[in-house]
Structure formats: structure tokens, C-alpha cells
Design a protein around this ligand. Structure first.
Ligand code: SF4
Length: 391
């Protein structure tokens, strides 16, 4: 047979999700049906869910859909009170603080909404391992004991070996390290865990496959299923903290993405019950980098979503980044936020010394970590810099 007629498989990453994974549970969930329930819910449905037992709400995605409904928007004060009480009961008055450490803004993928996209002419930079350690040391001096290592997708420059070296070098300095980098196979995650990385963050960006295909134009990130199953691979490899998220507003119907996000978190908590699951709620805004979100989510809808998540998934961590302005961040702590970044730089470098590399996005909350810790204490919350130590 001529070679030209043999289908060459150059990519070993399957484009379907493996059975028995949380990703498969998400794919098998009737998101459209739940979305219809959210649209059709009336005041009596909202009343029923607000009055239900905590365990029964947590068991039913349909109840989460009701809490996201336009009908529930009219009960925002009740949602807020219940979310606050649920947060205090499950987490106490504590907020964990972390900082993102950008390793590189090199990227070979093209994503329509991101400043690091391969086609953009921006100042690019990849930190050397020594520079990464200097950044880690500067952040440690600020109080941080939990760092999130972030990088664009460039398998040659931001290679597996480079990532493992960065983690190994930082590990003696920083007890909690998480990675938000291109998605890898289980074996690579095992290497990262062995080097001292215990958390994996993978935002699906949008759970709607058509929108996903429309905004991820080029690169490995185009493989929806491989990305969706990445948290499963991380958990299998021994990551003890899993972070997921959707870029709210990317899809033309934020409620549908929110329902899928809730379904994913619930499936991960069920399948990988030893892991701690945290949801991030990054919100795209019309002004962000000139990108126009398909369905911008307003402040009050954002609050409704956060409360609905807290009420329907009482054990899930909720992470709020410095994309949101100070006043809103402070208010949302009372409603369910359990993890916050502080004093963030979203370009490689910038903590130990000034950097001229391009940031991924502009931050709205520019307060220092000390200022944020002080605001939390004044509000009656304990800022937690470290909650776990490797043995
Ligand atoms: S979202 Fe990630 S993969 Fe896409 S362009 Fe930005 S850094 Fe690259």
C-alpha cells in the first residue's frame, strides 16, 4: 500500500473522553435540558429549592439550574443570605491567598480572546529557572506560600522538562505549587507531582463544543475532549487540588456554560473525592483587550451565579481573581469566595524586578497582598497563606 493512502496518526491525544471519567459524566449530562429548566423555572420552583435540605440541593443539578433562572434573580437577597450561611458553615471565615507566577507568554495556539495568541505581536519572554526562583522568593517575602505557575502553550519553549525543573527549584521555597499550563498526559502530570506540584488548574473556557471550536482556531488547545479530561488525568497522577473554570461571556449563553461548569465540578468531586475542587469565575468584559464577549454577564447576574454555586455545591472552593474590582471582590467574600489572588502580575517577571513583557490581562484590583489581608481581617475573615504542607 502506498504510504500516501495510509492515514497517519500524528497526534496521540484522543478526541473523545475516556469512559469512567468526570469528563464523560459532563458529556453525558443533558445540559440543554437543564438549561430549559432554568428558563422555565418560576417563583414556586425557586421557593422550593431555597427551602430544600442542603444535601438534597447538592444532589440535584436541576436545583442548580433553578437557582440560575431569571425567576431566582428576583430573590437575590435570599440567595445571598443562604450562600453566606453555607460558606461560613462549610469553610468558616477564611480566605486563602495565592499569587500567579507567569513563567512564559510564548504561545503557538490561536485563541480569539487572549492577548498571548500566536498571531499577536507582543513582547514575549520566558523566565529562566533562576528567574523563576527569584520571583518565588519575592512572593515568599510578601507572605505567599501558594503559587500558581502559569504559561502559554509552547511545548518546545515551555517543555515538560522546563516545567519539572521550575517546580523542583521552587518546591523547597514554596510549599504549595499549582500549574495552569498546556494540558499534558498522565505521565507528565506524575512527573510534576513527583517534583512537588500538587495542584492542577485547567479552564475549559467554554463547555459548548461549537463555541469552543469557533474561538480556538489553531493549536493543541483545539482538542476539546483532551482538555476536558485533563483534570481526570491530573487526579489520576496524584494532584490533590483541581481547579476548573469557564470564561464567562465567551459562549452566547452564560447560563448554559454555568450549568456545565457546575456539572463538571460535581462530577470531579464524585469521581475524585480525595481531591479538593475549586471553581474559578473569570468574567470577560466588553473592554477586555478589545474583545467583545458574546454574552456579557452583569454584576447582579455574576452575584447570582456565585450564590447559586455556593448553595448547590456547598463543598466546592470558589476562586476570584484580580480581574474583578476591589469593591466587588470584598463584597463577594461574604457570599462564597474561598480563594483569592492578590497583588498579581499577569506577565512573566514583575515581582522580583520590573518586566516589559506583555500581560495576559489587565488587573482591576491592584491592592497589595498586605492591603488585601488587612481588608479581610477588618471584615472578620482570616487570610490564609498556607493550608497544607508536603510531608
Ligand atoms: S488562551 Fe492559552 S493557549 Fe490560547 S492563546 Fe492564550 S495562552 Fe495561548
Amino acid at each position: 500500500m502506498a504510504l500516501g493512502s495510509v492515514p497517519l496518526v500524528l497526534d496521540s491525544r484522543p478526541d473523545t473522553v475516556p469512559p469512567g471519567t468526570a469528563a464523560a459524566d459532563v458529556v453525558g449530562t443533558d445540559i440543554s435540558g437543564l438549561r430549559r429548566q432554568a428558563g422555565a423555572a418560576g417563583p414556586s420552583d425557586v421557593e422550593r429549592v431555597l427551602g430544600a435540605r442542603v444535601d438534597s440541593r447538592a444532589a440535584a443539578l436541576a436545583d442548580f439550574a433553578v437557582l440560575l433562572s431569571p425567576a431566582a434573580a428576583g430573590r437575590l437577597e435570599d440567595l445571598a443570605q443562604l450562600a453566606h450561611a453555607t460558606t461560613i458553615r462549610r469553610f468558616g471565615p477564611t480566605v486563602r491567598l495565592y499569587a500567579p507566577l507567569y513563567l512564559s507568554n510564548e504561545c503557538v495556539s490561536v485563541c480569539t480572546y487572549c492577548g498571548f495568541s500566536a498571531g499577536n505581536t507582543i513582547r514575549r519572554r520566558t523566565l529562566s529557572v533562576d528567574e523563576v526562583v527569584a520571583e518565588g522568593a519575592a512572593l515568599r517575602l510578601q507572605g505567599f506560600r501558594h503559587l500558581l505557575l502559569v504559561a502559554g502553550e509552547h511545548a518546545r519553549i515551555v517543555s515538560k522538562n522546563y516545567l519539572v525543573e521550575c517546580v523542583q527549584a521552587l518546591s523547597p521555597l514554596v510549599p504549595q505549587l499549582s500549574a495552569e499550563v498546556q494540558v499534558w498526559d498522565t505521565e507528565t502530570y506524575r512527573r510534576l507531582v513527583g517534583a512537588g506540584c500538587d495542584g492542577l488548574t485547567v479552564f475549559q473556557e467554554t463547555y459548548d463544543p461549537s463555541t469552543y471550536a469557533a474561538v480556538h482556531l489553531k493549536g493543541k488547545k483545539r482538542n476539546y475532549a483532551w482538555r476536558l479530561a485533563a483534570p481526570d488525568r491530573g487526579a489520576e497522577a496524584g494532584m490533590r487540588r483541581l481547579g476548573i473554570g469557564a470564561l464567562l461571556g465567551l459562549h452566547g449563553d452564560w447560563r448554559a456554560d454555568a450549568i456545565a461548569l457546575g456539572a463538571h465540578a460535581r462530577a470531579l468531586m464524585k469521581r475524585w473525592w480525595r481531591c479538593e475542587v475549586t471553581i474559578a469565575l473569570p468574567r470577560l468584559r466588553p473592554a477586555a483587550g478589545g474583545y467583545q464577549p458574546a454574552d456579557p454577564i452583569s454584576d447582579s447576574e455574576f452575584v447570582q451565579l456565585l450564590c447559586a454555586l455556593r448553595i448547590a455545591l456547598p463543598d466546592v472552593g470558589i476562586n476570584l481573581s484580580t480581574r474583578e474590582p476591589p469593591d466587588l471582590r470584598d463584597a463577594l467574600v461574604r457570599l462564597g469566595v474561598t480563594t483569592m489572588s492578590a497583588g498579581s502580575h499577569t506577565e512573566p517577571g514583575g515581582y522580583a524586578s520590573a518586566s516589559d513583557a506583555e500581560p495576559q490581562f489587565e488587573i482591576a484590583d491592584t491592592r497589595s497582598p498586605d492591603q488585601i489581608a488587612s481588608v479581610l481581617r477588618t471584615a472578620g475573615y482570616d487570610p490564609v497563606w498556607k493550608d497544607w504542607q508536603r510531608s
